[in-house]
Design a binder for this molecule. Structure first.
Ligand SMILES: [Mn+2]
Length: 393
């Protein structure tokens, strides 16, 4: 063998065991062995697989119930489905999937309908002896659950930056480096050598896709490995049907309203929607507005029932959108998220026009301050003149 080849070979074998940033050891390609890595679980360092630790924690339960955040998104639905499949396959336990609040977004509803998911409203859940709960895609005491009382919580699996109170919970796997909770679940399934049906794969694939493929993308190597594993197993026709779900008229009304109420402040655009037809629309609006070439930040605030729903996007890397929105909202409500995506909500005591205006003015002021933008009058994205002309033509 030539020295060059020998060198390349040595480099290759070195690469195979290259430790990743967070101390994980990457699986060598083609190896049949399950992924073996040092896992930091529940603040103790152990060489045990994370999935083994998770399964050990629920092995004595008679039934395992999965809960996620309010208005569950595809990542939380996919995570619950994947974990329920793992628990059923390895331990043969009964499982229950729940939903906190409604699922309004058309794509998410299509996902539930087309995959025939059975979700029990979380407030109808009765906890019996032997029941345990597993929380996914969120953490306790972050204001993302409508009711957290008397839940027999034994495990929390999440990827959000927002720190929750996980004290006393036997199993905690919060991986901020992962783009989706579904990626963590895919890793557990692969560690345990569990095959997945097209239904499980499609749900997890769509969960990952919504977290990673939008703008901006936040995928890590582990996310990509999970995607590669799921892709051949997922039903592409069903995925296409979910992605292109039919939209109600209220969606278009909401979008027009949002565009007509969008104001530019230097590199920030804020859209104020007085009546959101559904809470998820705020995220759809900012996903759309952040593509505007003249801004780096997009925020949408809108009223849904008695809550002011907030969503934010940043186009730059290391924007720390979650932290920024948390600081901006402060004690007015709760907020959190990832590097370039964030969300939050403010419970309104009154939803009178004045009360909402006041809250919005306060938010605007704080946003400008946090982004070091001088106090200025917002410039409309679409001028009144243009709006009127469009109405007349
Ligand atoms: Mn997620």
């Amino acid at each position: 063998m030539s020295t060059v080849l020998a060198k390349a070979d040595a480099l290759q074998s070195k690469k195979k065991n290259k430790p990743l940033r967070n101390g994980k050891i990457m699986k060598a390609r083609g190896s049949k062995k399950p992924l073996q890595r040092k896992a930091k679980v529940n603040y103790r360092t152990t060489t045990q697989l994370r999935s083994d630790k998770f399964l050990a924690e629920i092995k004595d339960a008679t039934r395992v119930t999965f809960i996620s955040h309010i208005n569950p998104d595809p990542d939380s639905l996919g995570s619950m489905i994947g974990l329920a499949h793992l628990v059923k396959s390895v331990l043969g336990k009964k499982t229950r999937l729940t939903r906190d609040g409604l699922i309004n977004r058309s794509e998410n509803r299509a996902m539930v309908d087309l995959l025939g998911l059975e979700l029990t409203p979380v407030d109808e859940i009765e906890w019996n002896e032997g029941d345990v709960a597993v929380m996914v895609d969120s953490q306790p005491k972050t204001g993302r659950h409508s009711n957290e009382k008397a839940i027999p919580l034994v495990a929390v699996i999440d990827h959000h930056d927002t720190p929750g109170n996980v004290r006393g919970i036997p199993f905690v796997d919060v991986r901020k480096s992962m783009g989706a909770t579904c990626s963590v679940v895919a890793e557990y399934l692969r560690e345990q050598n569990i095959e997945v049906s097209f239904k499980v794969a499609t749900a997890m694939m769509y969960g990952m896709e919504t977290e990673l493929m939008g703008f901006p993308r936040q995928a890590s190597t582990a996310d990509e490995e999970a995607l590669l594993w799921l892709f051949p197993k997922a039903d592409k026709d069903l995925l296409a049907e979910i992605r292109n779900a039919r939209l109600p008229q209220s969606h278009f009304e909401g979008v027009v309203h949002a565009l007509q109420s969008s104001f530019i402040y230097d590199r920030l655009i804020i859209s104020w929607v007085h009546d959101l037809p559904q809470p998820e629309l705020a995220a759809e609006v900012v996903d759309f507005l952040i593509r505007f070439e003249e801004v780096d930040w997009a925020v949408c605030a809108g009223l849904f029932e008695n809550k002011l729903i907030l969503s934010a996007r940043a186009s730059g890397a290391n924007a720390k959108a979650g932290e920024l929105l948390k600081k901006v909202v402060g004690r007015m409500g709760r907020a959190g998220g990832h590097d370039r995506r964030a969300g939050g909500a403010i419970q309104m005591k009154s939803i009178s026009f004045n009360a909402v205006e006041q809250a919005m003015a306060k938010l605007r002021k704080r946003l400008l301050k946090a982004l070091h933008i001088d106090e200025c009058r917002g410039q409309r994205l679409i001028s009144r003149k243009e709006m009127l002309e469009n109405l007349q033509s």
